[in-house]
Design a binder for this molecule. Structure first.
Ligand SMILES: NC(=O)c1ccc[n+]([C@@H]2O[C@H](COP(=O)([O-])OP(=O)(O)OC[C@H]3O[C@@H](n4cnc5c(N)ncnc54)[C@H](OP(=O)(O)O)[C@@H]3O)[C@@H](O)[C@H]2O)c1
Length: 329
């Protein structure tokens, strides 16, 4: 099968399109003909090598953490899927990834694709959607005041819609060029982080989704109401690895997570570091909102698999509006 293979940690050019053998299908596995995938910031962090101890990959490695496609083969013990089903997933990082013509996924990490979405639309959602869902659900309720950092990004565009679907008042940050976009997605208040401080502009916040990390997560802890929640999704691992090296940087990141949690305890705040879980029930929750018309994909650009290096370069600019999708013909 054709796949985007990473041979060495480093720049985007280290990803090469080549022929590799598809991994075998285990008893609980489903083999999927991948039609589309998408990119997430974890992909360029992994490619650069800063997550190497956490991921434990042995190069060469097929990257990619989102897919939409059709089932072509099932293992002997698979219960929920049949050949021909249209599916979506963000499989675990422990197995070869989705930037390939075929991907073998544990059935617990696979869901039925929402029928109303195209393959490209569906592939834009799983990882970012599961992350946003875990940060917000079941914590957000009717009338809550929710603040979502970087509302125009992959996680933010979905998080705004999920929070609105649960009846929250939603504020978000992004530069002014993206204010119309986040308002269309349902944001009640858009703060231009280049000219305004969100912690001065917003008050009485019940829940903050912090996707920036660093000083911002501590600011979030100080700004949220007592009894509220800060869900942080950016641990600072790449920065720590660059500063202290792979081993010490990984340990420093773990200590930072513990300090953040303890800081929350002292302030009476649920200070959570959320790591996306590949579970099917989260995919089903997202699919439910999509079919109710309350959640829609937000796609910035689509690249063919062959242009994976170019897609990485664009992603790394940090200026994506929604998601970058990969077409796998
Ligand atoms: N823990 C997990 O499991 C998990 C899962 C998914 C993602 N993440 C992490 O979460 C972070 C966000 O992911 P993502 O996919 O949403 O990223 P993304 O799509 O790359 O975010 C890009 C967006 O961020 C906005 N932005 C950039 N700087 C900003 C700032 N200072 N304040 C407010 N907005 C800013 C940009 O808007 P402008 O162009 O208007 O500036 C752009 O639209 C990444 O670090 C990613 O690795 C973690």
């Amino acid at each position: 099968m054709r796949a985007a293979v990473l041979h060495e940690y480093g720049p985007p050019e280290n990803l090469r399109i080549e022929e590799v053998d598809c991994p075998p299908v285990g008893p609980r596995d489903v083999k999927v003909r991948v039609r589309a995938s998408s990119l997430n910031p974890i992909d360029w962090k992994c490619r650069a090598g800063t997550q190497r101890l956490v991921m434990g990959w042995k190069l060469p490695w097929v990257q990619g953490m989102d897919l939409a496609g059709e089932v072509v083969e099932i293992g002997a013990e698979v219960e929920h899927f049949a050949v021909g089903d249209e599916v979506w997933s963000s499989p675990s990082h422990k197995r070869w990834g989705t930037w390939a013509e075929f991907c073998v996924v544990d059935e617990a990490e696979l869901g039925h694709k929402p029928p109303s979405l195209s393959m490209e639309e569906a592939a834009s959602i799983p990882l970012a959607g599961q992350t946003a869902w875990q940060c917000l659900v079941p914590h957000v309720s009717e009338g809550d005041r929710v603040f979502i950092q970087a509302g125009s990004g992959g996680v933010g565009t979905l998080a705004i819609q999920i929070a609105k679907a649960h009846g929250a008042w939603v504020a978000t940050t992004c530069s002014e060029r993206n204010h119309a976009l986040v308002r269309e997605l349902g944001a009640d208040r858009a703060v231009d982080y280049r000219s305004e401080n969100w912690w001065e502009a917003l008050d009485e916040l019940d829940l903050i989704l912090d996707s920036l990390g660093g000083e911002e997560r501590w600011r979030a802890l100080r700004s949220v109401k007592r009894g509220g929640r800060v869900a942080n999704i950016t641990t600072g691992l790449p920065h720590n690895v660059e500063t202290y090296g792979a081993a010490l940087g990984t340990v420093a990141t773990g200590l930072g997570i513990a300090r953040f949690w303890a800081g929350g305890k002292l302030r009476g705040v649920d200070a959570a570091t959320v790591v996306r879980s590949a579970r099917r029930d989260l995919l089903d929750g997202l699919a439910g909102l999509i079919e109710e018309g309350k959640l829609a994909p937000c796609i910035d650009r689509v690249y063919p698999l062959e242009e994976i290096a170019e897609a990485h370069r664009y992603g790394e600019t940090g200026r994506i509006r929604g998601k970058v999708v990969l077409r796998v013909d």
